[in-house]
Design a protein around this ligand. Structure first.
Ligand code: UD1
Length: 416
């Protein structure tokens, strides 16, 4: 099993380029099921989750090819509407194939994704919404078996904004008869990117990026070409890498508007941050104040950057209160950070992080989920001595060659 060996204490300097957004690419790749033909996507990150998505699309009968971050999907009449357990269990986001399969083929059998390290992650919003659109969804033998005579547009009000459920409903509604209004919709940039691709295919979608999305169903869609938006979580992670090492790093080809919550908190800490249309720079800051964060749906502070921000707070002056409101068990990194000599108390969904410059010391640690892996690497970049981050396969699900990007900035990190 591979691990990452990080030697702390090197100030990162230079420029680094952001890759395409995993969480935008995944639903967009599943949206190809809505139209036959050749779909072409640029700026697709080369990640395990993309491989898992291709495997699932191929299991339905699609052809895929991937070169230099351009991914082509050729969709022909499908040979099955079953998303098998062995493929779905590798990636929870597979559940968003339900909407497009139902919309276009009136049937789907999708394995229940199950829980994961960060929480139970139910799919009740997805299933309730499909039923409201006129499908029946039964859960039998670990599979969601869904059928419809034809989806019909309706009003759907989510209890809370769910990224995946909003994507699933969007993809179902574009081919439904009549108008669907999604209220309390998720507003993440990845939703907007999906809507933009659906519109390129011929869909009628308005309001993506706000809490009310209106979709007027059309008869059919056609394959199109699209460039995936930059990955705001990767960009944020690289920015924190520059900050935590007291370096000067410019993260290029990103969208600073998608990272306003992080940038504003980092400025509150006292970091000198500059932004342009497509870059963010952090300039060498020796000491910074602790600030509190509470994760929230976009445009609030992203849960996907909570672990990385916690690493930054370990080197701050003072105590930071970090509250996680999205997932019930997203503090798995705390136990591992304690191994690096961090001073953190945790109670339910709140952590108190007592920062102190130079307190971290290297140790062997274990990555428990994707963003926790990034947090441990960030902590390793400032810890004295060597940090070995085990179970690095979590990192490969969501970061494209992170160690190469960090090495280019001067970090001492290698995969073994
Ligand atoms: C997506 C992201 C993930 C991010 C999360 C929150 C992808 C592939 N993943 O996950 O990286 O951390 O958004 O920004 O884009 N919920 C229910 N019932 C449901 C659906 C969700 O109770 O049917 C709850 C979840 O348990 C969670 C909250 O809603 O507490 C938000 O989850 P959701 O936005 O759906 O997250 P994902 O789409 O799974």
């Amino acid at each position: 099993m591979q691990k990452m060996v990080v030697n702390g204490g090197v100030k990162l300097e230079g420029e680094v380029v952001t890759g395409g957004a995993k969480n935008a690419a995944l639903p967009i790749l599943f949206s190809t099921l809505l139209a036959d033909g050749e779909h072409v996507f640029h700026n697709v990150p080369d990640l395990m989750d993309i491989k898992s998505t291709r495997d699932l699309l191929e299991s339905f009968g699609c052809e895929t090819s991937f070169t230099d971050n351009t991914l082509k999907v050729v969709v022909r009449p499908l040979k099955t509407f079953v998303a098998d357990y062995d493929l779905v269990r590798k990636m929870r986001a597979s559940i968003v194939c339900l909407g497009p399969l139902l919309a276009r083929h009136k049937q789907a059998k999708v394995s229940l994704p199950g829980g994961c390290a960060i929480g139970s992650r139910p799919i009740n919003f997805h299933l309730n919404a499909m039923e409201q659109l006129g499908a029946t969804c039964e859960v039998t033998s670990g599979y969601v078996v869904a059928k419809t005579e034809g989806l019909k547009g309706t009003q759907i009000i989510f209890d809370m904004p769910s990224v995946g459920a909003t994507q699933n409903v969007l993809m179902a509604a574009v081919l439904a008869e009549g108008t669907t209004i999604i209220e309390n919709a998720a507003k993440e940039p990845e939703i907007v990117d999906l809507a933009n691709y659906l519109v390129k295919m011929g869909a009628k979608v308005k309001g993506a990026g706000t809490s009310i999305i209106t979709v007027v169903g059309v008869e059919s869609l056609s394959a199109a070409e699209h460039r995936i938006i930059p990955d705001r979580i990767e960009a944020g992670t690289l920015l924190i890498a520059g900050a935590i090492t007291r370096g000067s790093v410019t993260v290029k080809k990103c969208n600073p508007k998608d990272l306003e919550a992080l940038i504003s908190k980092m400025r509150d800490c006292g970091f000198s941050i500059e932004t342009g249309d497509d870059f963010i720079s952090v300039n060498q800051t020796k000491t910074w104040r602790a600030v509190d964060i509470t994760t929230a749906p976009h445009p609030g502070f992203p849960t996907d950057l909570q672990a990385q921000f916690m690493a930054l707070m370990l080197e701050a002056e003072g105590s930071s209160i970090i509250s996680e409101t999205i997932f019930e068990n997203r503090f798995m990194h705390v136990q591992e950070l304690l191994r690096l000599n961090a001073d953190i108390s945790k109670k339910a969904k709140v952590c108190v992080v007592r920062g102190k410059q130079g307190q971290l010391t290297g140790a062997p640690v274990m990555a428990t989920d994707l963003r926790a892996s990034a947090c441990l690497i960030l902590a390793g970049l400032v810890a004295k001595g060597e940090t070995n981050v085990n179970r690095i396969y979590h990192l490969d699900r969501g970061y494209e060659k992170l160690e190469n990007k960090l090495t280019k900035l001067g970090a001492s990190i290698k995969r073994i």
